[in-house]
Design a protein around this ligand. Sequence first.
Ligand code: PAF
Length: 296
Amino acid sequence: MCEKQEKGKMKVVETIKEMKEMSNRLSFEGKSVGLVPTMGALHEGHLSLVRASVNENDVTIVSIFVNPMQFGQGEDFDQYPRTLQEDMEKLLPLNTDVVFAPAMDIIYPEGFNTHIEVRKLSDKLCGAFRPVHFGGVATVVTKLFNITKPAKAYFGLKDYQQTLIIKKMVKDLNMDVEVITCPTIREKDGLAMSSRNKYLTSEERKDALLINKALTKVKRGIEEGSISTDKASEKLREILCTGSHITDIQYASAYDPETLEEINGKSFVGRSILLAIALKAGKTRLIDNISVNLNR
Ligand code: PAF
């Protein structure tokens, strides 16, 4: 490898042995590696991470692996879109160097028995509704870091809690990788891009627009001083509840962006807070968030 450099050449690697040989060689040659971990079904959000990595590193590896460990029972692991061919067609023009697309038994061979848990942060927000999720994410991301040895790894801020957990894991376990977070990419009408948007009917999608509407309206209200942070949850829910296809609001409130604790009367003057929402539109679980600067 290392002929990246020859534009338009993208290598597909399926085994850990080959991926490790390649990353060891790159490291020996002093080449910086950027990793974009994904579960495929790539959209503009993923592609923005790939562009950032291609700009900042000698070599960009995109991993595509639908990780069973991060799905709970009854979640959409079987249904999750698998579109490897289309994904590769999207990655090629971006000058992606390597697609690492291992099969399930390559990542989790028989007898696999190790689990990484980032305590506290993993129980909050999404973790309260998806108890196995972040342990599964932390475990597979650790494996991907060990296999690809990136200098930088790229994650989207739509999954804000995931980025916080991965940063904490990297710090606690002294991993030699810089976690780079990139802004949420939205459709023209404001819906945050997600591979799961494919599941939405057109009526559900209309109601899903209430998520961004609620976040931006309450953010503006807080910034202008017409909504106090203590009223954020009530105001968000008021807007979300107008959607007849919004079936389950799991959380919707203002949170400390470092601890993910709900704000409840604490002063955040001069700091930022996080407005975050998780809900179901029909049967599809959607999440989104926005940061609010409190300069007053
Ligand atoms: O954000 C995702 O797509 C996944 O959680 C990740 C980071 C690729 C781990 O499977």
